[in-house]
Design a binder for this molecule. Structure first.
Ligand code: AMP
Ligand code: MG
Length: 350
């Protein structure tokens, strides 16, 4: 399939490409587009045949539901009940990186919700995404625009890498600001429960309802007794081709351990990468591939650069990535959640 690629520099002058992409969505096609979290792979969320194409293009398991993206807060036609807390939460955090789960109406096809009776809805803040949804005149079902299992793309080049030839249209814009997927908050239960940590943190949500908590299953390795409530969280995810090991805990011990380990790997003729921060770059020798995610004082920078760093290590052909851990607090919760999944829970506490 030929993929049309259109990169928008200035939304006011390039409006034509959004119209073009919207006409692909209206006809049941698939379009990759920028959002503030990561790039999305969208199709008409109310058209089962269109939605199926998303699963095919990504190689996504059928039991992993999609989030639908809307351009306003009027959800009456899509969901059964809107609890009063939902209005308060939408007013505070929408548009933005927060997905809300509601009981769905029948208008949402089963393929979109993977046969669940609930649906995840989000209003993104990215201007191109909002215009695309408005012009399409339908909610856009969109998972991240990567081949299933790979780190989510945060710029258009990574979308092209994964999806050129597989979908009709790639709409490019600026780099994603948040860098990790949306927080998912289940409002179909009381008290509301966070099913996936993201840019809107537990601490921020607790300001609205202090009973809000994180699904205990998601920070741990999957086991028979506790399964995450968001079906997608059970898969190995966000994973580069290289193996990842997280070293977490006391700063000095972390650096010492990484130095020890990397010498060992080098002796065994492996190509090693170290994923660190601005403050620690100087401690590692230049015999390894080093990527800094930014300053530890700015967790939003760390989150923004995380997936791109994982993909860059693959470009460099490293065999193993030694990654420094982060404290599981505020945005650190989302960062560690993605890191642990990428590392298949290979984590060394020091
Ligand atoms: P992605 O769009 O690739 O970031 O994946 C969407 C995530 O949202 C997956 O982890 C899904 O399992 C989760 N999700 C979507 N809809 C629901 C729902 N109705 N209930 C629970 N989790 C959901
Ligand atoms: Mg995804």
């Amino acid at each position: 399939m030929d993929t049309k690629i259109s990169i928008i520099k200035d939304i006011h002058n390039d409006y034509k490409s959004i119209e073009e992409a919207a006409s692909v969505i209206k006809k049941g096609g698939v379009v990759a587009f920028p959002t503030e979290t990561v790039y999305g792979l969208g199709a008409d969320g109310l058209n089962p045949l269109a939605v199926k194409k998303i699963f095919e293009a990504k190689g996504r398991p059928q039991d992993n539901p999609l989030i639908i993206h809307v351009a306003n807060k009027n959800l009456e036609s899509l969901v059964q009940e809107i609890p009063s807390i939902a209005n308060e939460i939408m007013d505070r955090f929408w548009p933005g990186p927060l997905t809300l789960i509601f009981k769905k109406k029948d208008i949402i096809p089963n393929v979109t919700s993977a046969n669940l009776d609930t649906i995840g809805v989000r209003m993104p803040s990215n201007e191109i995404a909002l215009k695309l949804i408005e012009s399409s005149g339908t909610p856009i079902a969109a998972p991240s625009a990567n081949i299933s299992g790979r780190p989510s793309p945060t710029d258009v080049e990574r979308c092209i890498e994964d999806l050129e030839g597989k979908i009709e249209y790639i709409l490019g814009g600026s780099r994603s600001d948040v860098g990790v997927e949306s927080t998912i908050l289940d409002l179909s239960v009381d008290p509301p429960c966070i099913l996936r940590p993201g840019g809107i943190t537990l601490e921020m949500l607790k300001e609205i309802d202090e009973r809000i908590y994180i699904d205990p299953a998601i920070m741990k390795k999957n086991n028979e007794n506790i399964k995450p409530k968001a079906p997608g969280m059970k898969y190995r995810h966000y994973a580069p081709k290289a193996k990842i090991k997280i070293i977490n805990g006391n700063t000095e011990k972390t650096i010492e351990k990484i130095k020890d380990l990397l010498q060992n790997y080098i002796d065994n003729k492996l190509k090693v990468g170290v994923m660190t921060c601005d403050e620690h770059v100087k401690y590692y020798s230049n015999h390894v591939e080093i990527i800094s995610l930014g300053s530890r004082k700015k967790l939003d920078e760390i989150a923004k650069n995380l997936f791109e760093a994982l993909r860059s290590f693959d470009d460099k052909g490293v065999d193993i990535i030694l990654a420094e851990g982060y404290q599981e607090k505020d945005l650190g919760i989302a960062i560690m959640n993605r890191l642990k999944k990428a590392a298949a829970y290979d984590i060394l506490e020091v």
